[in-house]
Every structure is written in C-alpha cells, then in structure tokens.
Design a protein around this ligand. Structure first.
Ligand SMILES: Cc1cc2nc3c(=O)[nH]c(=O)nc-3n(C[C@H](O)[C@H](O)[C@H](O)COP(=O)(O)OP(=O)(O)OC[C@H]3O[C@@H](n4cnc5c(N)ncnc54)[C@H](O)[C@@H]3O)c2cc1C
Length: 331
C-alpha cells in the first residue's frame, strides 16, 4: 500500500469513534484526487468487532495490529506501534482525528518518524505534490494555509466536524495484519485503570435544540437564566470549556474538540467567542444564532443569525417570547 493515504482509526470498547469516519471521508477524497489507495490502521486487542465495523466503510486496505499488549496501551506504546506501521508502509499522508487521543498521538508519532506534523487543522490537501493544511490562528479570527516539508510521510490532525462524515460507497477492504515486534517497543508507563465518566441521562449530542453558555456569562449564579431559555425552547443547555474548567457546569455539557460534538437543528451561543476548539464541536449545527457584545467575535463567522448585544438583555427577552409562543405567559 505504498503511496496511499493512511487514516489512523480511533475506537473504544468496540465502538469506532465518529471522527474516524470523518477522516475516512477526507482520506477518500484525497486518495481519489491523486488516483491512489486509501488505507486505515487499527490497533488494539481482540479487534474482530472493530474490524467488522470498519471493513466496509470505504477504505481499500485495513491494516491491523492485534496484540494483547495493546489491550490497554498508553499513548507512548500506541505511538511507537503506529510509527512502525507507517515506517513499513510509507503512505503519502497520514490523517488522524484531532481528538483528545489524536492531540497526544500525532506529535509523538511524528517525532518518532522525524516527519512533519500539523495539528488542529480544518483541511488537508495535496497541491502540486505537497501536503498543504489549513489551520486556524488567533482563536479562529485568521486561517493560515501551510505547506509541509516533503520529509517523511506528513501527519495531519484534523479537527472534529471540519470534514463531514459522508457515507462512502461501500467496498470490502482487504484486512492485512501488520507485523510489529512488540518486544522492541519501549514501555515507560502503564495504564493502571480506566475511569469511565458517570452515565448521565443528559446527552447534548442527541438534542435538537441547544442553548450554550460561554464565559461571557461572567458569574455562575447567572447560569439558570440560560437554562430557563433552553427549557422554554424545549432544548438542553450546553457550554464552552471554561465553564467546565471553572467547575460551574459538568463535563457532559461541554461542546468542542475536548468535549462533545453536536449538530442540533438550533444552536444558540450566548457569550461564546467562537474559538476553533469550540467551533469544531458545533459548526455542523443546522442553524446557529450567536449573541455576543463583540461584533468581531469569530462565532459570527459561522452564525446564521447574529445579535451584537448584551446577553443579559437578549436572553430574558427571548425566554419571554418563547414562553408566550407556547402560551405559558400572556402575550
Ligand atoms: C487543547 C484544547 C482543547 C480545547 N477544547 C475546547 C472545547 O472542547 N470546547 C471549548 O469551548 N473550548 C475548548 N478550548 C478552549 C478554547 O480555546 C477557548 O478558550 C474557549 O472556547 C473560550 O470559551 P468562551 O468562548 O466561553 O470564552 P471567551 O473566549 O472568553 O469568550 C467570551 C465571549 O463572551 C462575550 N461576552 C462577554 N460578556 C458578554 C455579555 N454580557 N453579553 C454578550 N457577550 C458577552 C465576549 O465578547 C467574548 O466573545 C480548548 C483549548 C485547547 C487548547
């Protein structure tokens, strides 16, 4: 599979992460434009279910490293194994999702290979034979197109949601084991335990309507105002990351690269600037309404409707109107 595009897959508990399908869609587009193959690499232990889930998802070859040592391997071991597979295969370009996993793996793999790497990208292309990526700068107010040095297979980590996970025409990939000498892989750390997030009945990823709150709210005590609007609209409340970091809302409510990806029919962003890590989790929303005091906030670049105003004036007024529309208050 020399000269193909290689996608590094991500899975947990037998479930393939949606970001993998986005990378496969991007990979197929690049491979077809270059007239080359698309390969995917999956590593772990007892992978039959994952292989079955992936095999017909549009790649030509599914490379597999299935080994007991990979049952709960840390990032360092995974990076070494992936680097070895890439060394053997010499793909034209390696695509990896810019998820919490990809964020850690991409630079580590590149360092082991001495290959160029670019993370947090929103696009990857091959132009005149060179890998060119698009990447946000200054919290998404600018985008730079960057050509990568032609030295080893370039690694590109692409943001969640930057490329849609279109249904690829089914084809049955040939499954090929990759032989990696696990004894030669250095192990300097060990995963002792994996702690699952407590199961919650709030799943913002399934909501049709989301009212999301950002640091512009300024005070934890003001958050019920946003919850009230979410309820009046029949939706759920979500938030940007700083509110989780401050301990104001639980992680299950966080939208973005290190939170959940959502694509509701309506996303109302209140006091959210629109940093690229936030946008990557919600820019697939069908209608985006942004309320922000700053007319230059990057959120307005993705919003279908923008209100340049103080959220403390607009949110209660919207709640009032939503309640009137439902007949909950007299009009
Ligand atoms: C590796 C990594 C992963 C990350 N993952 C995520 C992620 O998953 N999700 C995420 O959200 N972020 C994430 N971030 C953080 C991200 O970079 C931003 O810092 C964050 O999204 C900013 O949140 P915010 O828009 O709420 O706050 P700010 O950027 O501080 O914006 C607040 C906005 O509120 C506006 N405002 C203030 N007062 C009012 C008012 N009264 N009325 C109206 N508007 C007002 C301001 O004009 C401003 O635009 C990540 C960062 C890194 C480095």
């Amino acid at each position: 599979m020399q000269s193909s595009i290689l996608v590094i897959t991500e899975h947990w508990n037998g479930q393939v992460d949606g970001i993998t399908y986005q990378m496969l869609a991007k990979g197929r587009q690049l491979a077809d434009s270059l007239g080359i193959g698309l390969a995917a690499l999956v590593l772990g232990y007892r992978l039959d279910g994952v292989i079955a889930a992936l095999q017909e998802k549009g790649m030509d070859v599914l490379l597999v490293v299935d080994h007991a040592q990979l049952a709960q391997a840390g990032a360092e071991v995974q990076a070494s194994v992936i680097a070895e597979a890439v060394r053997q295969m010499q793909p034209r370009l390696v695509l990896i999702g810019y998820s919490l996993v990809g964020m850690e793996l991409a630079p580590a793999i590149a360092a082991k290979l001495g290959a160029p790497v670019m993370t947090n990208c929103v696009n990857a292309e091959i132009i005149d034979g060179a890998a060119v990526v698009t990447r946000p700068l200054f919290d998404g107010t600018l985008h730079a197109k960057i050509a990568l040095e032609d030295k080893g297979p370039p690694l590109v980590a692409v943001q969640r949601g930057a490329t849609p996970s279109v249904q690829l025409p089914p084809r049955t990939a040939s499954v090929q084991p990759v032989s990696v000498d696990m004894g030669s892989i250095p192990v300097r750390s060990e995963v002792l335990e994996v702690i699952e997030e407590p199961v919650s009945d709030v799943d913002i990823a399934k909501a049709d309507i989301i009212v999301s709150v950002g640091r512009g709210i300024g005070d934890k005590e003001k958050i019920p105002m946003i919850e009230e609007l979410a309820q009046a609209l029949g939706g759920l409340m979500a938030c940007s990351r700083p509110l989780v970091d401050l301990g104001w809302l639980p992680r299950e409510r966080q939208v973005g690269a290190s939170g959940k990806s959502v694509s509701p029919k309506l996303y109302v962003a209140c006091g959210i600037s629109g940093a690229s890590q936030h946008l990557s989790g919600m820019s697939d929303s069908r209608m985006i309404v942004a309320i922000n005091k700053d007319p230059n906030a990057p959120i307005f670049q993705v919003a279908h409707y923008g209100v340049v105003a103080d959220l403390f004036e607009i949110v209660p007024a919207l709640t009032e109107e939503a309640k009137k529309a439902k007949g909950e208050v007299a009009s």
